[in-house]
Write a protein that binds this ligand. Structure first.
Ligand SMILES: Cc1cc2nc3c(=O)[nH]c(=O)nc-3n(C[C@H](O)[C@H](O)[C@H](O)COP(=O)(O)OP(=O)(O)OC[C@H]3O[C@@H](n4cnc5c(N)ncnc54)[C@H](O)[C@@H]3O)c2cc1C
Ligand code: SF4
Ligand code: SF4
Ligand code: SF4
Length: 411
């Protein structure tokens, strides 16, 4: 039976939860806001299936991609709404047009990031764009298995560890399954995102008032974002982690809120700031709020078993300037013949690139980031003083804290 004694050895893929024949594993949010499996031992029959499907216990071997390409989706609207060059949508459309099903990550009604499936081109829009929060897989592996057994083509997209979890969950290969992952820096905590949204929305909605700090005692006790917005008399219209209207390299975080005026008119607010100024993006990019497993990733180096891997072509201005108009350029790594076949059916030009050059600009392909020494301090401060204060104290520490940290490092 699965036992999580070290949180860094569980990527939260939920393969064990969905494979358990007794449905006696559930997911519970921990103090950092991540989901972990918990077994109801009174119903467990010790069949061992949960351990068999766990990608952390059975990591696959490293691979090298067969080919590396740069590409841009010629549909300007799709590309603008996508994080890189919009290749994901082009892949998904081919599968949908052939009567298949596409799985991906989208916001739900509570502004939580969850996996679900799409059967039409219109439904694909919700998957576009990176959401820098770990998505809840739910029972989508079971849904995908049902579609595969009925003979329908399935494209499943997700983080490398989610793809590794899906492949172990299925326990056999299907010719009509296509797995697409992406180069993964790591996933931030959904609970911390809730904490950030709660404070940011309170700040915006109570602008001008002296006291606007939002207080909470534990991460699991923070209300869902839609409920909190309603309490503040407003609603969330949109959240975009990578708004590209100012360019791809200077992307911005956008939180759009609205409320009705006394006369019933809709008043819109938008917190729109560059990724270097947005507090949530700073906590993400400083690696403070990543899942513990992301500091020792079990699925990097193409170990997920995906057919295709997508990524941002950082360094494109030097390596392939003719493909750089600052609108976003995708990297596409071909990992299998199946992936190659799908690419050849796309109405897009693919430009071959040397893997080593591309790798030099995007270390997330193979290396896990280091766990920051002040991560623990950040979470302690978060529980005590809220998101913004925790980030401030961690990134601009006071003199006593700097001394304490020096001592901690020495010891
Ligand atoms: C958490 C995260 C970290 C990333 N880190 C890097 C990195 O370090 N280097 C790099 O080159 N690229 C990284 N990417 C990938 C990159 O940002 C693009 O998503 C990718 O290149 C595909 O871009 P696109 O333009 O083809 O399509 P897009 O429309 O931008 O991509 C949408 C795809 O991403 C999936 N997706 C979005 N959010 C999530 C999520 N939270 N969990 C699972 N799947 C999700 C959707 O289901 C869909 O398949 C990361 C993406 C995410 C979500
Ligand atoms: S050993 Fe079997 S019954 Fe027990 S938790 Fe794991 S999968 Fe479920
Ligand atoms: S890594 Fe996945 S399968 Fe393994 S324990 Fe965690 S959720 Fe379960
Ligand atoms: S860095 Fe690794 S463990 Fe973390 S989300 Fe990405 S694939 Fe999963």
């Amino acid at each position: 039976m699965i036992r999580i004694s070290d949180s860094s050895r569980c990527c939260g893929c939920s393969a064990c939860v969905q494979r358990c024949p007794k449905q006696c594993i559930s997911l519970r949010e921990d103090a950092e806001g991540f989901l972990y499996p918990e077994v109801d031992t009174s119903h467990c029959v010790n069949c061992g299936l949960c351990e068999q499907v766990c990608p952390e216990l059975h990591p696959d071997a490293e691979r090298q991609p067969l080919q590396t390409f740069a590409a841009i989706n010629p549909d300007a609207g799709v590309r603008l709404a996508s994080s890189s060059g919009g290749v994901f949508t082009a892949l998904a459309e081919v599968v949908i047009d052939a009567g298949g099903v596409v799985f991906g990550a989208a916001f739900d009604a509570h502004w939580e990031v969850c996996h679900r499936y799409a059967e039409t081109r219109e439904e694909l829009a919700a998957f576009r764009g990176s959401k820098y929060v770990q998505s809840v897989i739910g029972d989508t592996f079971l849904q995908a298995e049902r579609f595969l057994k009925s003979g329908r083509q399935v494209l499943f997209s997700g983080t490398p560890c989610q793809i590794a979890g899906l492949r172990r969950f299925l326990r056999r290969d299907y010719d009509h399954l296509l797995c697409v992952d992406f180069v993964c820096h790591g996933v931030p905590s959904p609970g911390v995102f809730r904490a950030y949204l709660a404070e940011e929305m309170t700040k915006i909605a109570r602008k001008g008032e002296k006291k606007y700090r939002f207080a909470f005692s534990t991460i699991p006790s923070i209300p869902k974002a839609d409920a909190l917005a309603a309490r503040l008399g407003c609603r969330i219209d949109d959240i975009r982690f990578r708004d590209k209207t100012n360019g791809w390299k200077k992307y911005r975080f956008a939180l759009s809120l609205s409320k009705a005026s006394a006369a019933g008119e809709k008043i819109q607010f938008c917190a729109l700031n560059g990724f270097t100024e947005n507090a949530f993006m700073q906590a993400f990019l400083r690696d403070l709020i990543l899942r513990p497993s992301c500091y020792a990733c079990p699925a990097k180096c193409f170990r997920s078993g995906s057919d295709l891997t997508l990524g941002d072509y950082w360094g494109v201005e030097r390596e392939a300037p003719h493909l750089d108009d600052d609108g976003g350029t995708s990297l596409v790594f071909v990992n299998s013949e199946r992936g190659q076949k799908l690419l050849s059916s796309l109405p897009i030009a693919f430009h071959s690139q040397p893997f080593e050059r591309v790798h030099a600009h995007n270390t997330s392909i193979s290396a896990s980031v280091s766990r920051p020494i002040n991560r623990k301090f950040f979470f302690m401060m978060l529980r005590r003083s809220g998101f913004f204060r925790a980030l401030g104290a961690t990134t601009h520490p006071s003199l006593p804290f700097r001394l304490w940290r020096k001592l901690y490092r020495l010891l």
